[in-house]
Write a protein that binds this ligand. Structure first.
Ligand SMILES: [Zn+2]
Length: 219
């Protein structure tokens, strides 16, 4: 083979190795989940919609704190929260979920359509695409392969949608008072530590060219 053909081959192979596959393994999104999602949008955000669609403006990175792909998938699969009591009218029974789930080996799974609302970040679910990473427990930190896949996904999503922010779940309360923050209940907050600022900063650094907006600072 001539030298130029070898170089062309090397370029072609290089291009392929950065092109990651997204594997679709849909969670249950039946009539009940659709209705609960629309109810969530109405009750928590005052958004009265015919469909549970979102307009993506940000990507939120998470870890599942569950050590296996199977158990992480199972946590999101059922339409309702495990301990939901339908008689508690002001508490949404919609189960938590995420658009993407990245396994420890970096394999990217898509659990639901990118523009359907997932319940993963209080206040911001109407505009946030969620990426969950398997792990985050003491014995199972996030991996380099997961970091690479998160960078790939953020680039993919920012090329497809008008994404302004990339944040770690632990930063979400910094959006209180921001126009994107729509949660109606001032008492509804949970403290989050995922996925660690080191991971978030590495993703931001690798996606610098998209000029995402800085996360608001608390007054
Ligand atoms: Zn989270």
């Amino acid at each position: 083979m001539k030298k130029t053909s070898l170089i062309l081959l090397a370029i072609a192979l290089g291009a392929c190795s950065t092109q990651k596959e997204i594997v679709d393994i849909p969670i249950i999104f039946d009539e009940q989940r659709i209705e609960l999602t629309k109810e969530y949008l109405l009750n928590r955000y005052k958004l009265d919609q015919d469909t549970p669609e979102i307009t993506p403006k940000m990507v939120v990175l998470h870890w599942t704190a569950i050590p296996t792909l199977k158990k992480s998938f199972e946590a999101f699969n059922r339409p309702t929260l495990p301990n939901w009591r339908p008689d508690l009218v002001n508490v949404s029974g919609l189960n938590v979920s995420s658009h993407f789930l990245v396994d420890q080996d970096g394999t990217i799974y898509r659990l639901m359509p990118e523009t359907t609302m997932a319940r993963h970040t209080i206040g911001l679910n109407h505009c946030a695409i969620g990426i969950e990473n398997v792990g985050g427990t003491e014995g199972m930190p996030l991996t380099k392969q997961q970091l690479k896949s998160n960078i790939y996904l953020v680039k993919y999503l920012a090329s497809k949608y008008d994404i302004d922010y990339v944040i770690g779940h632990q930063e979400y309360t910094l959006f209180e008072g921001h126009p994107l923050w729509l949660e109606v209940d001032d008492g509804y907050r949970t403290k989050k530590t995922d996925p660690g600022m080191d991971f978030v900063e590495k993703v931001r650094k690798a996606t610098k060219k998209f000029n995402f907006k800085p996360v608001p600072t608390k007054q």
